[in-house]
Unconditional design. Structure first.
Lengths: 214, 214
């Protein structure tokens, strides 16, 4: 039913969803592809093309029914169920993510936080007791964990990712500034490279200063 | 000299740089567009096209000189100088970023951390004393801050971004799950939407489960 979906579409779906959620909560009943595109910096034709991948949702000339489209995206994005997560690495970013409560904490639940540091193991973070990394794989398997969030130092990131991949986890969200080796039939991997985004900013700031000093 | 550079190229430049840094540190002297492409999941022609935007760097048949290309990218990405940053919002993600020490802390320096909570103002985070948000704009202007990292709750993100934009800051790195309103002649804005990346993962996990339950 669902056609092959590009990485770009995968990245746009959450943006559509967040926007439709706001519109729905504001009581907007219908939105045209042109309006929705304008809100997201996309063309109307791009929006229609994206939704056509999932079967359309609109009637020519009537716009999209906001609530129905929001519900459909919730289904497509898998937000109608809870996803069980663990955070691996109880440094600052790990601790921050362990307390992540967006979407009312309904869709994403952090079930455990792991570290290797004996001084950190056993301490409390947002109501969770930090567990030893030795227990990680068995915990993931016994508790049907869906997503492992990796926030360990870059030097050990691939080693830890391999260990995680030996479990039954479905996906890894990687925050280490390293490209993880993908494994055949291994977990789906997405990375957030904070330092890359900073470098993209300093590139733009440098380029801007060449032409137009502020 | 530099041609118009697309958003996609802007995002690839840091990835090239990180990879060349590793190659250089490993003592590799030369790399072909094909090898570099393979390491990054790009075609050789894509790599050549990207570097041609900045004047080439390679000789047909000889590959790219790794050290020279690394140096050139360091220049292009603005990493030969230090960038002064402030973090706005001393929650967990803000505190994590205040301690960010990648690249030896040479290129990116957090100079101050701001919050509105009287219980947090005055406390120490990674050697910085949390300052009152009331002092933010004057601190940015007096200390020639380049980048403001925004880690406030989504409800106030645009309000705080407007305040930041009234300063002389060059760029905002936004972590709030909101699209910030761009301002004409305002700071350059890049966003990291952690929740969007999570939704992109759950989309892929859901789609995978339809065809191939694990």
């Amino acid at each position: 039913m669902v056609k092959r979906v590009s990485d770009a579409v995968k990245r746009r779906l959450p943006r559509y969803y967040r926007r439709l959620l706001s519109l729905d909560e504001a009581g907007t009943e219908s939105v045209s592809s042109k309006e929705l595109g304008a809100l997201l910096g996309l063309t109307a034709s791009q929006v229609r093309q994206d939704f056509n991948l999932f079967g359309g949702f609109g009637h020519q000339g009537y716009g999209y029914p906001v609530n129905k489209l929001r519900e459909a995206l919730e289904e497509i994005l898998g937000l109608k169920r809870a996803w069980k997560m663990v955070v691996v690495g109880a440094g600052n970013i790990g601790r921050a993510l362990a307390g992540y409560g967006y979407l009312g904490g309904d869709a994403f639940r952090v079930e455990a936080l792991f570290d290797v540091d004996p001084a950190v193991i056993g301490t409390q973070v947002h109501g969770l007791t930090v567990k030893s990394a030795d227990e990680m794989v068995s915990f993931i398997n016994e508790n049907n964990i869906d997503i492992a969030i990796l926030t360990v130092p870059q030097e050990v990131a691939n080693k830890v990712a391999h260990l995680i991949s030996s479990s039954a986890v479905g996906a890894i969200l990687n925050f280490a500034p390293v490209k993880l080796d993908a494994q055949e039939n291994g977990p789906i991997i997405e990375s957030i490279h904070i330092i890359d985004t900073l470098m993209s900013l300093t590139y733009q700031l440098s380029a801007k200063n060449i032409t137009k000093p502020r």
